[in-house]
Structure formats: C-alpha cells, structure tokens
Design a protein around this ligand. Sequence first.
Ligand code: UD1
Ligand code: CA
Length: 458
Amino acid sequence: MELAAVILAAGEGTRMKSSLPKVLHRVCGKPMIKYVVETAQSIGIERVVVVVGHGAEEVISSLSNVDFVVQERQLGTGHAVQMAAGKLNDPAIGGVLVLCGDTPLLGQQTLSCLIALHCDNEAAATLLTAEMAEPTGYGRVIRDDSGRVKLIVEEKDASPNERKVKEINSGTYCFKKDKLLPALKKLIPENKQGEFYLTDVVQLLAKDGERVFALKTDDPSEVMGVNSRKQLAEAERVMRDRINSRWMEEGVTLIDPASTFIGPDVALGRDTIIHPFTFLKGNTSVGERCSIGPSAHLIDTKVGNEVEIAHSVVLGSIIEDGAQVGPFCRLRPGTRVGKKARVGTFVETKKSIIGEESKVPHLSYIGDAKIGKRVNIGAGTITCNYDGFEKHETIIEDDVFVGSDTMLVAPVRIGKGAMTGAGSAITKDVPDGSLAIERSEQRTIKDWAKSRRKRKKK
Ligand code: UD1
Ligand code: CA
C-alpha cells in the first residue's frame, strides 16, 4: 500500500497579520512549509500534494518535487483535503497522510510512529495528539468512557467542559483512502466558523464503528501549530534549541547557545568554536577547528578548516583552510580567500580571489580582482573597478607589494613581484619586477610652519 501525503497550505493565516502567506513565514531561516514537505519526503513518501490558495504563486515557486492543487476559496480543512482527492485516484494509493503546512516542528520519527501505528491496527484513521498544558486554540480530542476517540471539537465550538480537555489534535492524521474520501463528501459546515472541518471526518468514522486510533506524543513542541507571530517566535526558539543541541552533540562548542543562530541546512565540523551573536545561514558549511564569531554573519559560505572569522558579514564566499577574516569585513558574493590568507579590518571584497598567504589587512575595497600568492596590499588600497558604465578586472600577480593608498584603475595588471608607490593612481599595466609610482614630487619649504606660528601670535 502506497501512502500519499496531502499538505494543507491554502489558508491566509489571518492571525499573522501579514501580506506573506502564513506557511512561507520562516523558522530559523526556512519557510515553514518546507520543513513539512521535507519531513514527509524523508520518510519515503513520494507523492506529496500541497493544497495552495492564499498566495498560491508564491507558495508554488518556493517548493519543488511536489504536486499542487489550488483551493480557490478557503472553506475549511475538510474542503482543502477534498480538493486534493483528484490527485489520489491511483489505485496504488491506499493511505493518505494529512499534514498542516504550519507545523514545522513535527519530527520524522514521530511521523513514522504514527504511520506504523496506523498500519499495524489497519485503522480507518489515526491521529497524532498531544497533552498540552496550555491547549487554547487547538481542537480537543474527546474520548468515550473506554478511552476510544469519539470526536474532535474545535476551541470555538467547544463547551466549557470540553475546553478543559488537555489532549489536543495536532492536525496530522493518517487515513485509509477509501474511508476518507466518502466521509469528506458528508461534511457539512455547521459550526461557529461555517467551515468544512476535516476533524469532523473523525466523528463520522467513529460513529460508523470504524477503527480510529490516536498516537499521543510526549513532546508537545513537535505538534505546535504556528498561527501568530508569538507562536512563530516560540517555534523559532524550539527549532534553534534542537539545531544547537545537535551540533553540540556532534562536537561543536557553542559558547552561548542562546545567542547562536544556525540554520537547518548548515554543516559544522568538530572542535569548531562558535562565539556569541553569530548567524550561520543558508547552505553554509564550516570545517573543523575554526573560530567563528563573535558577531559573524555567514550566508551561503563555504569555510575550510582552522579558519578564524570575527565581527564580519560574509556572503556567498569561499574561505580556505587557515585563513583569517575580520574584524569588520564585508565579503560579498564570489569572494575566495585562499589558504592562510588574511582579510583584515574594514575591508570589503566582491567577486575576487585573494591568493594563498596574501594579505589585505586594512581599509580596502577589492572588487573584480584576482590577487596571486604572497601579495601584500597596503592599507587603504582600492580597486577602481567601475568606470560609471562597466566593471573591469584588476590582476595582481604573485609576490606583488602594493603600497598604501594605491588606486588601481581597472582594467590593470600588476606583474609578478612588482611594487607600487604609496598614494599612486595606477592606470597602466606594471611589468614584472618593476616599481610604479605616480605622484608629484614633494616640496619642502624650510621653517615655513615656524614663522607662520610666530606671525599668528603677534
Ligand atoms: C486545525 C484543526 C485543529 C487542530 C489545529 C492544529 C480543523 C478544523 N482544526 O485548526 O483541530 O488542533 O489545526 O494546528 O482542522 N487550510 C487550508 N484550507 C482551508 C483552511 C485551512 O489549506 O480552507 C490550511 C491552513 O493553511 C493551515 C492548515 O490548513 O496550514 C490548518 O488551518 P488553520 O486555520 O491553521 O487551522 P486551526 O484553526 O489551527
Ligand atoms: Ca493552525
């Protein structure tokens, strides 16, 4: 029996008060819906149907390897699943897993347990529930005297007694397809919200004497639904804790986990130390024995082993083994800092290679440049890569010494082992081993300063 997944993601998320569809709000940098899709796929579910509606185009373009159906009007969770029915026709599909796009914390293991329980019992429906100290806002699971699930009642429709129930519906279910589809057709929107509730399917099946089971997780954080910005922040905190705990278990030191922000797709090597106020985002990877932070902000960046990065923003770059970056650098996309190279205080780079053991220690802008090995770039040096119309390249070959405050007006090439004089504006190529100096000769007027001071005093 094949299991297909239907993920509900059509709602507006009114309580978020946002122009962005709710399921695209991010938790640790990743849209909530992506977590749900990836969790389903991680347990081997190949057919995933996402029900979209509000901001459909945006949601569709943010996902891949899934099928979509559009729910034009959001008439309720039951109606949403009904919309996906057409995608479940294949007789090979025997079971339907229903997930909500707003429960990003649901774990792969819990989901596997739910499916196992469902299959072992040959159930018509199996729900995932949790005991919550603060169940407000969730549907409550109502059981009969013998403990069997009878129905789910929404908060808004619940009696004061029902509201006291702490067992909540997570919105995650497994259904037998040929029990689910007929029941969906019987739904009626007779409730406080005037919606077709998927939860009513449970009552319909239970009434018919079908086998309805529930798996109660002991970790309520897993089933937390995100409906408001406050819950979004709570989900962020839980996810952050999980990610940080995992890396500490893997041998990474986090000086202060509470102020360390690591994205879900980041990879870290052993004995790396992450200092406070550090953000590692996107597809960033950091090797072993590195020191990252404090206040490092790395996005889509590949860092080798034994690298030091402090107080810097690094975007779309490669930092090779033993390199040092910062403090106070901004490395923009396409930067490659070679082995044991150093990019120091107040340096900005873009689309440039800084070769092995080369140094750009202070106050520079390096853009569209290829710098060879063992080059020293003097303080204040700037590549003038833009002429107001186009960008041009600067090439600096191995063992060059660039004097402080040199303006390298691109396109220009400084040959192997050459030097430039401090304060020069270099507009022409410099041959290997030469010195290029471009500045007017110094005039010194003896005692001028001294006599000026004397005049002023009088
Ligand atoms: C739902 C459950 C509730 C459960 C809670 C868990 C129902 C009636 N209630 O309530 O029992 O405790 O989830 O988090 O199912 N959606 C659509 N189309 C619609 C309506 C909703 O696709 O017409 C999607 C939403 O985008 C969302 C999900 O379904 O991803 C859940 O909808 P939401 O409005 O958040 O339901 P809750 O009130 O939280
Ligand atoms: Ca919800």
